[in-house]
Design a protein around this ligand. Sequence first.
Ligand SMILES: NC(=O)c1ccc[n+]([C@@H]2O[C@H](COP(=O)([O-])OP(=O)(O)OC[C@H]3O[C@@H](n4cnc5c(N)ncnc54)[C@H](OP(=O)(O)O)[C@@H]3O)[C@@H](O)[C@H]2O)c1
Length: 215
Amino acid sequence: MSKLRVHNFTISLDGYGAGPGQAADHPLGVGGLSLHEWMRATRTFQRMFGKEGGGTGVDDDFASRGIDDVGAWILGRNMFGPIRGPWADDTWKGWWGDDPPYHTPVFVLTHHARRPITMEGGTTFHFVTDGIQAALRRATEAAKGKDIRLGGGVGTIRQYLQAGLIDELHLAITPVLLGSGEHLLGGLNTAALGYRCREHVTTPNAMHVTLTRQG
Ligand SMILES: NC(=O)c1ccc[n+]([C@@H]2O[C@H](COP(=O)([O-])OP(=O)(O)OC[C@H]3O[C@@H](n4cnc5c(N)ncnc54)[C@H](OP(=O)(O)O)[C@@H]3O)[C@@H](O)[C@H]2O)c1
């Protein structure tokens, strides 16, 4: 059966998954880019964007797990872009250029309908306006037996956590304080929802924690 997996979702020491004030020149909110320093340094990340180099080792092992056996993705609309409210036109096609690093169908949760966008390299963005269960159903069908990767952002992961639908959640906790922004776990009782810490490994760049759901 397909699993719903989160990988490489990075939070600051004080629990934020994005800084405040996301905009076109601040995709992760103000200060948020510092979260992903550990990830940018990995070979997996460099290869995702067609580049050479990057390190191997524990950080890279975690980064690469996130692309294994994934047949579809789910994103929130703010992870897809900085536009809010109704789409003014069809110009915005994500942050990632003509060949986004997904290479699968991607289901974007939004309240504002839009036609699918076919990109290069096998990525198609589908816009889902009828909620998280519908997005998961469509992604499961599209994944054809593979797993579904839940990319984020914060609000979207919180909804799937609250609904107990995430099977595996890998968090990278970075030694950065953001002070404000989008808080991942605040107000969520993950223990009561059945999540337990299955593994934790610390590197100089991040503490990797994997939560899985029991029962
Ligand atoms: N730290 C990391 O590793 C990481 C990873 C990925 C993303 N991020 C960051 O996280 C931030 C985005 O997180 P976020 O919490 O602001 O937003 P988000 O979860 O990406 O998107 C939230 C938006 O998606 C739509 N949406 C979500 N659930 C929906 C539902 N059930 N039905 C219909 N529409 C729904 C709504 O948009 P509308 O109502 O406008 O349609 C909602 O405002 C960005 O800065 C991104 O870069 C961080």
